[in-house]
Design a protein. Structure first.
Length: 349
């Protein structure tokens, strides 16, 4: 006798006190293959979920880090602006050789607006330059004098990272130091203050640019809006005498045409708007040495269209159909906006 019955009898004869165990059939080859197929499908799904989660995490971290730098830069801009000063004083005014009264005078200057207003070559969008008692010195012996005056400023350009050591470009190549939109900070040490040597021009701005440094990358727009607290803005839409001499966004506290308006006065309120993109987006559009058009030359010409220009910029960065710059690449971006009260302003129209 052969087969399962013989095997069962043999087991029973060896263990007479135990009942014979029922026979169990093994998995067939087809069942094993189906099981392996199901297992492979589950593994592929799990790996896909892990991969998608990893990409989302990496993207989120990169986006957060990019915008953290932009937010820190934005807060630094608003904080520095709030401390701007002109240190005004009263001075006798003359009509010919006859004293006619007293007027505001200052040896300092507040300048903001377009490159035409600031004189900064290569500037994109707006910039602002002023003096503030920040106490920054190049000599450590002067460090305890934390109220010393400094020239401070912020502007945008499209350039490579100037802080990067040159030998890295030699080793890794120029492509490792790509062109980007960059926000620069100007902070001239107190020992180098040149504003007093140029009471009638803006050469002090050009001299202060030697002390500029990259502050944040991928900032694509900076808008400075000096505002009149009584009229709502310094632009051409305002009707008061204090704002009628303003040309668009440009503001110059030494403007001779503003003798009866805001000459030698700080704007009491400055609205700051900034737009930034993340590094992944920058890699898509910043591919050459020429700045891509993202609205810098098209928008923010007059305060009257500020809200419309912000909406247009959002459409450009989202690559919306019919956007004014013709951009077709959606860019991850974030806007920052705040109104800054300048503490040293003593406004009188």
């Amino acid at each position: 006798m052969t087969g399962p019955r013989r095997d069962a009898r043999l087991r029973a004869s060896r263990h007479p006190g135990l009942p014979p165990r029922p026979l169990r059939s093994a998995f067939t080859l087809v069942e094993v293959m189906v099981g392996m197929g199901v297992l492979l499908i589950i593994m592929v799904l799990i790996l896909g979920i892990i991969n998608a989660t990893s990409r989302a995490w990496t993207s989120s971290v990169a986006r957060i880090e990019s915008f953290q730098d932009a937010r820190a830069a934005f807060e630094a801009v608003t904080r520095a602006l709030s401390g701007a000063t002109l240190n005004t004083y009263s001075e006798v005014t003359y009509g010919g050789s006859v004293p006619t009264g007293y007027g505001r005078a200052s040896d300092l200057q507040f300048v903001s607006g377009s490159a035409a207003a600031t004189g900064v070559a290569g500037q994109l969008g707006h910039a602002v330059f002023f003096q503030a008692p920040l106490g920054y010195t190049s000599d450590s012996a002067d460090a305890p004098l934390n109220g010393l005056l400094n020239v401070c400023g912020f502007y945008l350009d499209y350039s490579r990272n100037s802080l990067r050591p040159a030998f890295l470009d030699t080793i890794l190549g120029a492509r490792s130091n790509p062109y980007r939109f960059r926000l620069h900070q100007v902070l001239q040490p107190s020992e180098s203050l040149a504003i007093y040597a140029h009471p009638a021009d803006k050469k002090w701005i050009a001299l202060a640019l030697a002390d500029s440094r990259q502050f944040a990358a991928n900032v694509v727009a900076l808008v400075i809006v000096p505002e009149n607290p009584t009229e709502g803005g310094m632009g051409a839409t305002s009707t008061s005498a204090a704002t009628s001499v303003s040309s668009g966004y440009d503001y110059d506290s030494r403007s001779s045409s503003a003798a009866s308006a805001y000459q030698n006065q700080l704007p009491p309120v400055v609205e700051v708007f900034m737009a930034a993109i993340d590094e992944v987006s920058a890699q898509k559009v910043c591919t050459t040495g020429h700045a891509p058009e993202l609205g810098q030359n098209l928008l923010f010409k007059t305060p009257a269209t500020l809200e419309a220009d912000i909406a247009a910029l959002d459409a450009i960065l989202n690559a919306a159909d019919g956007n004014r710059a013709g951009n077709r690449i959606p860019l991850t971006h974030r806007f920052f906006r705040s109104k800054v009260v300048i503490q040293g302003a003593k406004w009188s129209g």
